[in-house]
Design a protein around this ligand. Structure first.
Ligand code: BG6
Length: 315
C-alpha cells in the first residue's frame, strides 16, 4: 500500500474505531455516533431515537444544545434535551402518545456514514403497525457537520405503503442559554400562533423579541418565509435566539416544508413536575422547534416529503 493510501486507510480505520467505541461504550449513557470535522467542530447522536445529543461548533466549545442532567437514556425513554424527533405526531395532536413514537424508538439503523455526516433510517415495524398510526413508512434523518462547523439536519419521509397517510412532526431542539431571563427569540413578529396555555387560542405575535417571564408554549405558523438564498439554500427562514449572558446569537434556518415553529420554556412549576428535569433547569434552555404542525402533511403512496434545519452561532 502506498503511503497516502495507508494514511487514508489508517484515518478511516481510526475513525471507525472511535465510532465503534462510542457506539459500544456510549458517551454519556447512550450508544452514540460521534462526528468531528477538521476545524474541531463535533457532535454526538444517540442511536436511540436518532437523537442529536451534543453539538459544539468550535474547538473546545461547550455544546450549544442543552441536555438535562436528569435525562433518562433507557430503551423506553424520551431523552430530555438535544434534538428529539417528534413524528408522526406533534404533541397531543392525534391518537398516539405525546410527540409520537420516533423519539423513543430503538429500531433506527445507520444507513450511511462518513467523517462529517451520518444518516439514520427508520421503517415501520410490528410495534409501529400495532400503534394508532399503523402505516407503512420510511424516515431518513441526515445529521451533518458543515465545513464551517454548523449543524445541518434533513428529514425525509416516504409513504412506502399503498394508502395515503398524514403526519405532523418537529425537531424539538433544546438550545442551551446562559439565563432564560436575558434571552429572546426573534423573527416571528406578525406571525399567527396557537397559545397552548390558553387552550390553543389563536393570537398574532406583536413583538420583535419574545421574552420569558413565565411559561411559554406556542405553536407559530406559518412563520415568515425567507428568500431562496438562505444559509442552506432552499427557501429558508431564519429565527434567532439572542442570549445576552453568553453574548451570542443562535441562528436557526428552516426550509419552507417546516412552516411552523414552537417556542417553549416550562418555567418553574412545570419543571418541578418533570422528573427528568431539575427544578431550576428551565433557566438554562429554550426550545425552538421547527416543524409541520398546524397543517398536517399528507402523503400519497410512494410520495416523499423532506424538510431541513441548519443552525449556526454568531457572537
Ligand atoms: C413542547 C410542547 O413541544 O414539548 C409542550 O409544546 C411540551 O407542551 C413539551 O410540554 C415537552 O414535551 P415532553 O413530552 O417531552 O414532556
Amino acid at each position: 500500500m502506498r503511503p497516502l493510501q495507508s494514511a487514508c486507510a489508517l484515518t478511516i480505520f481510526s475513525s471507525l474505531i472511535v465510532n465503534l467505541l462510542a457506539m459500544s461504550q456510549g458517551a454519556g449513557q447512550a450508544a452514540t455516533v460521534s462526528l468531528r470535522n477538521s476545524v474541531g467542530s463535533k457532535l454526538e447522536v444517540a442511536k436511540h431515537g436518532a437523537h442529536v445529543l451534543t453539538w459544539s461548533p468550535g474547538v473546545n466549545e461547550e455544546s450549544v444544545l442543552f441536555v438535562s442532567p436528569a435525562a433518562k437514556f433507557g430503551p423506553q425513554d424520551a431523552i430530555r434535551g438535544g434534538i428529539p424527533i417528534c413524528f408522526p405526531q406533534f404533541g397531543p395532536r392525534g391518537a398516539l402518545e405525546q410527540h409520537g413514537f420516533c423519539r423513543k424508538n430503538n429500531d433506527w439503523a445507520i444507513a450511511k456514514q462518513d467523517e462529517k455526516s451520518v444518516e439514520f433510517e427508520l421503517k415501520d415495524s410490528e410495534s409501529t403497525r400495532a400503534s394508532a398510526w399503523p402505516h407503512t413508512f420510511q424516515v431518513n434523518y441526515l445529521v451533518e457537520l458543515t465545513d464551517e462547523g454548523n449543524l445541518a439536519t434533513k428529514m425525509k419521509v416516504k409513504n412506502t405503503g399503498s394508502e395515503q397517510f398524514t403526519f405532523t412532526c418537529a425537531l424539538h431542539t433544546y438550545f442551551g442559554v446562559g439565563d432564560i431571563s436575558s434571552t429572546s427569540v426573534e423573527g416571528l413578529r406578525g406571525c399567527e400562533y396557537e397559545d397552548s396555555l390558553q387552550g390553543g387560542k389563536v393570537l398574532q405575535e406583536q413583538e420583535d423579541a419574545i421574552r420569558f417571564e413565565g411559561e411559554v408554549d406556542r405553536v407559530y405558523g406559518p412563520t415568515p418565509q425567507g428568500d431562496e438564498s438562505g444559509e442552506d439554500g432552499e427557501g429558508t427562514a431564519e429565527i434567532e435566539i439572542k442570549d445576552q449572558s453568553h453574548k451570542r446569537r443562535i441562528c436557526i434556518f428552516k426550509s419552507s416544508s417546516f412552516p411552523d415553529a414552537v417556542v417553549w420554556n416550562p418555567w418553574i412549576e412545570k419543571s418541578q413536575k418533570m422528573a427528568d428535569l431539575p427544578d431550576d433547569a428551565y433557566k438554562r434552555f429554550v426550545c425552538v422547534e421547527v416543524g409541520a404542525i398546524r397543517q398536517p402533511v399528507s402523503l400519497q403512496p410512494q410520495q416523499e416529503w423532506e424538510a431541513s434545519q441548519a443552525i449556526s452561532v454568531k457572537s
